[in-house]
Design a protein around this ligand. Structure first.
Ligand code: PLP
Length: 455
């Protein structure tokens, strides 16, 4: 009886879903049924059919502490009962404490503007950067440079910084003033095959573009320390150090998008901390800031920049507001999330456990269709090719069959967006940072079994 009831309920849900729910990045398929999650615990979730899966991409790379942390839910509950909502045109304690904590974690002096998502955090950064230059005597500095393959969000300016053709088609024209440069990507170096210092050439390219454009026109460079959704690109540590130097030389703000890499994903609290001498002008965060329990975006601005916004009387203040940005419950959740990350030494754990995981995954490069395995912390990319010599990307169908085979075995993994038409060929694995050793073992063994069979 109860099985029948579940089946009927699921059938109804599927029909309602098909009729009314518009899914993200979804190609409509009349025949396919959506996977409807019912409940989660740790790194695992169960769908309405009762099947269990390990979430090998942490939702959308955000569920860093896994499902079901009672302390986090409790923090949200208590905050909602105590002060349900309050705007940041005024102030409240959780936002004050969180802004101070963020400054401490960034190891500098930062002032934070809160929003609701990564896209908004980047959007906010662009406005702050333009306004900063404008009132700092350089009103002509308005251009932003980002890298091809980057993803920085779905809103118009964040999408303009996003340099993935398929995400832009049919939504262009972009916001004026966004330029793109080649990413550090030694496996498919834009500077030719067998170039040894491809990453550093990619950094120098930014210097050249700023020179060609005229540094008096360039406001900022935005980058992820490690391109994640664009295919897990892991440059040498020197790349970011050099980009930071170039930015400084040209009075161009360095905006580091830590939406994915922040809060331990790469085995450091922030991704930029892998590179020496980098103290970003602006750091944007979301996802791991709350481990996905509630929405929150943050744009942390170095005090040097913030100083410029203190002068009153000339519209010098930041005229920007978000009703829900820095919601008290989201801030309370973020504080609890960070407390857990610190108390349980999550970042150290990720750094330590990643070594063995990576070395196991590297073994897969022996297979014909595995072009390259890349990774850092709990962020892994496996680039699949028809054969190692031609490096021709495998087809969409092949990617689908690998992801489908993993799903059959109870593991959800992802892939990069089709960054260049035909180049959506990187499998992405990013399990929750709280995954147990057994969870990680399951991820590795499942991926290995599937790739050994299909590659
Ligand atoms: N920046 C990066 C690097 C991201 O990966 C994402 C989302 O995937 C965003 C920004 C946008 O974040 P949101 O989806 O919260 O707007």
């Amino acid at each position: 009886g109860s099985i029948l009831k579940v089946e009927t309920e699921t059938k109804d849900l599927v029909q309602m879903d098909k009729d009314h729910l518009w899914h993200a990045m979804h190609r409509y398929n009349e025949k396919a049924s959506p996977m409807i999650a019912a409940e989660g615990k740790g790194s695992w979730f169960t769908d309405t059919k009762g099947d269990q899966y390990l979430d090998g991409v942490s939702g959308l790379w955000c569920l860093n502490l896994g499902h079901g942390r009672q302390e986090i839910a409790q923090a949200a509950y208590e905050q909602m009962m105590n002060l349900s909502y309050f705007p940041l045109t005024l102030s409240h304690k959780p936002a004050i404490e969180l802004s101070s904590k963020i400054s401490e974690l960034l190891k500098g002096s930062y002032t934070t503007f809160f929003s609701n998502s990564g896209s908004e955090a980047n959007e906010t950064a662009f406005k702050i950067a333009r306004q900063y230059h404008s009132q700092n005597g350089n009103p002509g500095k308005y251009k932003f440079i980002s890298r091809y393959r980057a993803y920085h969000g779905n809103t118009f300016a964040a999408l303009s910084a996003t340099a993935q053709a398929n995400r832009r088609v049919k939504y262009d024209p972009a916001v004026p003033g966004f330029l793109h440069v080649p990413p550090p990507y030694s496996y498919r170096s834009p500077f030719g095959e067998n170039v040894e210092n491809s990453d550093l050439l990619a950094a120098e390219y930014i210097d050249q573009v700023i020179n060609f454009e005229g540094s008096e026109t360039v406001a900022g460079v935005i980058l992820e320390p490690f391109i994640s959704g664009g295919g897990v690109l892991i440059p040498s540590k020197e790349y970011l150090t050099r980009v930071a130097e170039i930015c400084k030389k040209h009075d161009v703000l360095l905006i580091v998008d830590e939406v994915v890499s922040g809060f331990g994903r790469t085995g450091k609290m922030f991704g930029f901390m892998h590179s020496e001498g980098v103290q970003p002008d602006i750091v944007t965060m979301a996802k791991g800031l709350t481990s996905g329990y509630l929405p929150l975006g943050a744009t942390a601005v170095n005090s040097k920049i913030y100083e410029n916004f203190k002068e009153n009387g000339k519209l010098n203040h930041f005229r920007h507001v978000s009703t829900y940005g820095g919601h008290p419950a989201s801030c309370a959740v973020a504080l609890k999330n960070i407390e857990i990350i610190e108390n349980e030494e999550i970042v150290k754990r990720v750094s330590e456990l990643s070594e063995s995981t990576l070395s196991e995954l590297y073994e897969l490069t022996a297979l014909n269709k595995v072009g390259e395995v890349r990774g850092i912390g709990f962020l892994y990319g496996i680039e699949l090719v028809e054969d190692k010599k031609s490096k021709t990307p495998v087809s969409d169908e092949f990617m689908g069959s690998v992801i489908g085979a993993c799903k059959e075995k109870g593991l959800i993994i992802g892939r990069n967006g089709d960054t260049v038409p035909g180049y959506g060929n990187v499998l992405i694995i990013a399990p929750p940072l709280s995954s147990t050793v057994e969870d990680l073992h399951f991820v590795i063994e499942t991926v290995k079994a599937v790739l050994h069979e299909l590659c």
